[in-house]
Design a protein around this ligand. Structure first.
Ligand code: SF4
Length: 229
């Protein structure tokens, strides 16, 4: 496990739970809006040893509900399954933030997680425009299918920058997700914090009408909300 950082307490990264967040180093995709671009390279200075994380969690038993693996892309880490088992053995619920970059690994490890927050970045045919990587849409599609078939609690989310997707585009994406069986969906407004893409930061585009998006999509999902607009 290449651990880049630890947030000791969060109330927002694992719905309804007091959790710690373990940030994993490395991601094979290159989304311009990434708010943790320092975590994209597979190697970086200053890692936290996994033993330190375990030692921290031992001191938090009974005080935290869960641990979320985030990143970067946690499923890049070959040790994620074993790490997750150790965390569960300490009595914590386990959560995962993933973009679904490694569908085979995700499918294998899903039974170890109590909750998954998965990014769906675009309609699958348009993925490369966001991720910068050919074939990423197929991978995300397989990962979404694995999440839906696993029965694990989940939230599907889409980061929305008005320069990358139109109102109609997000509505079409939501309709496609609902048709695939997604029941919990959260479009989330792009946050400038952490983003290093001058293109995205400087784009002067008309803001989206979130009310229009909400009216079109809310009826399609069991739970639906818009974050950060
Ligand atoms: S998949 Fe996530 S971590 Fe990877 S580059 Fe995109 S936003 Fe950043």
């Amino acid at each position: 496990m290449q651990i880049a950082g630890l947030t000791p307490l969060t109330t927002t990264d694992y719905p309804g739970k007091l959790a710690a967040v373990v940030f994993c180093q490395g991601c094979p995709w290159q989304c311009a809006y990434c708010h943790n671009p320092g975590l994209i390279p597979r190697q970086a200075e200053g890692h936290i040893a996994w033993e330190e994380i375990i030692s921290f969690l031992q001191r938090r038993q009974g005080l935290l509900d869960g641990v979320v693996f985030s990143g970067g892309e946690p499923t890049l880490q070959s040790g994620l399954g074993a790490a997750c088992q150790q965390v569960r053995a300490l009595g914590f619920k386990t959560g995962l933030h993933t973009a679904g970059t490694y569908p085979e690994r995700l499918k294998e490890w899903l039974p170890l997680f109590d909750w998954v927050g998965m990014d769906i970045k675009a309609r699958f045919g348009d993925y490369e425009k966001i991720s910068g990587v050919p074939g990423s849409g197929e991978r995300a599609s397989l990962s979404l299918q694995a999440v839906l078939e696993s029965g694990v609690d989940y939230e599907i989310r889409t980061t929305v920058h008005p320069g990358q997707i139109t109102e109609n585009g997000i509505i079409l994406l939501g309709q496609e997700l609902a048709a695939l069986g997604v029941q919990h969906y959260v479009p989330q407004a792009f946050r400038a914090q952490g983003c290093v893409s001058s293109d995205l930061l400087q784009l002067d585009v008309k803001p989206l009408s979130w009310g229009t998006i909400q009216a079109a999509l809310q009826p399609l999902f069991q739970s639906f909300s818009i974050r950060g607009n």
